[in-house]
Design a protein around this ligand. Structure first.
Ligand SMILES: [Zn+2]
Length: 265
């Protein structure tokens, strides 16, 4: 379908790149047009009226004019500025992480409304007092589902036997779990504890409106993060850039967390 010369769309700004003296190329994730890139002219000038409505991690109503190569933003109005995400470095890093994954796992103009909704829902959830790591795992699993990479967590990906309640293995290249009998065929597979398998399955199958019920220990949380990171790295053929920043923030926070845990004991 050809887009009209001028059109409007809701969008979340998921990436920005400098262009020339005062412009930016924005990557917008939209409900009906999927991912689009557009030039925002003059938004790096201090007095730009549009700049505030086109910040990263902002949900806006955007007007665009179709161009020969890139479309141009002609107007913008904030729907939700997601200020809590911008006022806390740790939260910013989580939100940039899901924005980066959305950008990396999608192609331009490939409509995926459920993914737009997942992105918005996850940004809202990060603003609430929920377990951030579980929120990110939920996002990763459902992103993979919606982009055709749903990991198989019910049966062994090699022999198709139902998985038993024991330590199994995650194979990023097989796209799911291997039973202990099949694991020797893939020595690079990572051990997967029964608890991690249960939580990942629950996240994959639930609508997860109620994260409060689920309590996950820090080691279990780290195990799931490591496994998902290995799968995403395999699919993208590189690290997700924003994970490096998240790791740095966590290292800086580590002495405080240890002190809190000692205080709990
Ligand atoms: Zn097997």
């Amino acid at each position: 379908m050809t887009r009209p010369r001028n059109y409007q769309t809701e969008a979340v700004i998921i990436k920005k790149t400098k262009l020339g003296e005062a412009d930016r190329i924005l990557t917008l994730y939209t409900p009906d047009l999927g991912k689009i890139q557009a030039v925002a002219k003059g938004v790096r000038r201090p007095r730009s009226k549009m700049a505030g409505h086109l910040e990263l991690l902002t949900h806006s109503q955007v007007s665009l004019a179709r161009g020969r190569n890139l479309d141009t933003v002609t107007g913008s109005q904030t729907i939700d500025g997601f200020l809590p995400l911008k006022g806390d470095l740790e939260l910013t890093s989580c939100a940039l992480y899901i924005a980066e994954l959305t950008e990396q796992f999608t192609a331009d103009h490939d409509e995926n409304r459920p993914l737009f909704e997942l992105l918005l829902k996850t940004m809202h959830r990060l603003c609430q007092d929920t377990d951030r790591e579980l929120t990110l795992r939920y996002f990763e699993l459902h992103l993979l589902d919606l982009t055709g990479y749903r990991p198989q967590l019910g049966r062994c990906t090699a022999c198709s036997q139902a998985l038993k309640p024991e330590t199994n293995f995650v194979s990023p290249c097989a796209g799911g779990v291997l039973c202990p009998g099949c694991q020797p065929t893939q020595p690079a597979a990572h051990p997967l504890s029964l608890d991690a398998l249960k939580v990942l399955r629950w996240l994959q199958d639930s609508e997860a409106e109620d994260f409060g019920r689920l309590k996950v220990s820090r080691p279990l949380s780290r195990e799931m993060e490591t496994l998902m990171r290995a799968c995403l790295r395999y699919l993208l053929e590189r690290e997700v850039r924003s994970t490096a920043w998240r790791d740095t923030l966590r290292e800086q926070a580590a002495p405080r967390q240890v002190a809190e845990e000692e205080g709990e004991g």
